[in-house]
Write a protein that binds this ligand. Structure first.
Ligand SMILES: NC(=O)c1ccc[n+]([C@@H]2O[C@H](COP(=O)([O-])OP(=O)(O)OC[C@H]3O[C@@H](n4cnc5c(N)ncnc54)[C@H](O)[C@@H]3O)[C@@H](O)[C@H]2O)c1
Length: 344
C-alpha cells in the first residue's frame, strides 16, 4: 500500500546570500509587493498584533522585538520576525540589527522555514519609504535630499529611492558621529554621479536644505524640536520615528502605516497624542492615500511615520520562499520535525 505523503512540509533554512540574490534587481517588484501588502492590511486580510519588545534592565540600550503576523490573500503565510538591536555592534564593525523570521504553513501550523531577515527588514523598510516618497511626493518638486543618520537603513532607503526613479541634484547629510558622516558621504559620492554632496553642521540646518528629509538615526527622543526648521514644508520620511518634536508633528500632515502600531513606544506621533489627548493631528494611513481617500498637501510639511509592520517582512520572506521552492533551490532539513505520528 502506498504511503500517503505527509501533510507536513519539510523545514528549510534560507540564508542571507539566497535572500540577497533573490532581491537584487527586484526593487520595483518589491515596492509593488509592499504596496499590495499595505492594501491587504487595510482591507483586514492580515493579522498584525502589537510588536513585543524584550528589554533588559542591565542593557537598556539593547532590545529584541517579536513581530508576529499573518498575511492572507494570495500571499498566505503566518509567522514571526524576531529582530534584535544592539547599537554597540556598530563600534565592532557589524550592523546594529540582526534578525530571523519563522514562516508557518497556514494549513498545518508547522514551521516552513527559518529565513535570514535583517536584509528583508531593511529592504521592506526601504521599499515602504520609496513608496511613500513617490506617492506622498507626487505633486512636489524634489531636488534635494537630506539624510539625518547615515547607517545601514539610510543606505537601503537611498538605493530604493533611486530605484523608484527619484533623482537628486544635491544631498545633505548629518550624522552625530563625524566618522559615520564621512563614511556615508563617501558612499553617496560613489553612488550618485551627478549629485553634489555636503555634510551639514547640525541636524536642523540639514533639514532646512531638504525637499525630502530622511530620518534614520537611533535617537531615543526628539531633537528636531524647532518647528521653524520645517518652514519650507518638506516631505519627511520619519523612519526612525522619534526624531521630530511634538510641535513639528502638530503643524504637519501626518501619515502613518498603521494608527494603533504607530501610536506606541514613545514615537513622535505617540508623544503628540500624549500631549494633546487626541489623535486629531493624524491625517490617515499610506493605504488611505493609495486609495485616494486622503489627499496630502504639497505646501505643508508631510511626515510619514512607518512603525514597520511584521506583515511586510512575512510577505517578502514568503515571496522568496515560494521562488526557491519552485526552482528547487530550497535548502531543506529532511526530518527536522521528527515526531510526526500521534500514536505508534
Ligand atoms: N520604521 C521602520 O520600519 C524601521 C525599520 C528598520 C529600522 N528602523 C530604524 O532605523 C534606524 C536606523 O537603523 P540603522 O540600522 O541604520 O542604524 P545604524 O546604527 O546603522 O545607523 C544610525 C546612524 O544614526 C546616527 N545617529 C544616531 N543618533 C543620531 C542623532 N541624534 N543625530 C544624527 N545622527 C544620529 C549614528 O551615528 C549612525 O550612523 C533605527 O532607529 C531603527 O530602529 C525603522
Amino acid at each position: 500500500m502506498a504511503i500517503a505523503p505527509s501533510p507536513v512540509p519539510e523545514f528549510a533554512v534560507i540564508g542571507g546570500e539566497q535572500v540577497e540574490t533573490y532581491l537584487a534587481g527586484r526593487e520595483t517588484e518589491t515596492i509593488a509587493l509592499v504596496e499590495k501588502t499595505y492594501l491587504l492590511h487595510h482591507q483586514g486580510d492580515t493579522v498584525n498584533p502589537p510588536s513585543y519588545f524584550l528589554r533588559f534592565p542591565d542593557r537598556p540600550e539593547n532590545r529584541i522585538i517579536a513581530l508576529p503576523a499573518s498575511v492572507g490573500g494570495s500571499i498566505g503565510v503566518d509567522g514571526v520576525k524576531w529582530i534584535s538591536s544592539v547599537p554597540g555592534n556598530v563600534a565592532l564593525g557589524v550592523p546594529r540589527a540582526s534578525a530571523v523570521s519563522i514562516l508557518n504553513d497556514p494549513a498545518t501550523g508547522y514551521p516552513l522555514a527559518c529565513v535570514e531577515s535583517s536584509i528583508i527588514s531593511a529592504t521592506r523598510t526601504a521599499a515602504s519609504a520609496a513608496l511613500a516618497a513617490t506617492v506622498l511626493g507626487a505633486d512636489r518638486r524634489i531636488e534635494t535630499l537630506t539624510i539625518v543618520g547615515g547607517g545601514l537603513i539610510a543606505r537601503y532607503v537611498l538605493h530604493y529611492l533611486l530605484a523608484a526613479g527619484l533623482t537628486f541634484r544635491h544631498v545633505t547629510l548629518y550624522d552625530a558621529s563625524d566618522s559615520h558622516a564621512a563614511e556615508f558621504a563617501e558612499h553617496l559620492t560613489r553612488t550618485l554621479a551627478d549629485t553634489t554632496v555636503s555634510i551639514a553642521e547640525s541636524a536642523g540646518s540639514a533639514v532646512r536644505s531638504g525637499d525630502l528629509v530622511l530620518l534614520t538615526t537611533v535617537a531615543p527622543e526628539p531633537y528636531l524640536t524647532d518647528a521653524s526648521d520645517f518652514d519650507h514644508a518638506p516631505l519627511v520620511l520619519n523612519v526612525s520615528l522619534r526624531d521630530v518634536g511634538v510641535d513639528v508633528v502638530l503643524t504637519a500632515c501626518n501619515i502613518v502605516d498603521d494608527v494603533e502600531h504607530c501610536l506606541k513606544a514613545d514615537t513622535s506621533v505617540h508623544l503628540a497624542e500624549q500631549r494633546t489627548g487626541n489623535r486629531d493631528f493624524l491625517d490617515g494611513t499610506l493605504a488611505d492615500v493609495l486609495l485616494g481617500r486622503v489627499q496630502v498637501p504639497f505646501d505643508r510639511t508631510v511626515v510619514f511615520s512607518p512603525f514597520g509592520l511584521g506583515v511586510l517582512d512575512l510577505a517578502v520572506a514568503k515571496r522568496i520562499y515560494d521562488e526557491l521552492r519552485d526552482t528547487g533551490a530550497l535548502r531543506e532539513l529532511p526530518g527536522f520535525f521528527h515526531e510526526l505520528q500521534r500514536l505508534p
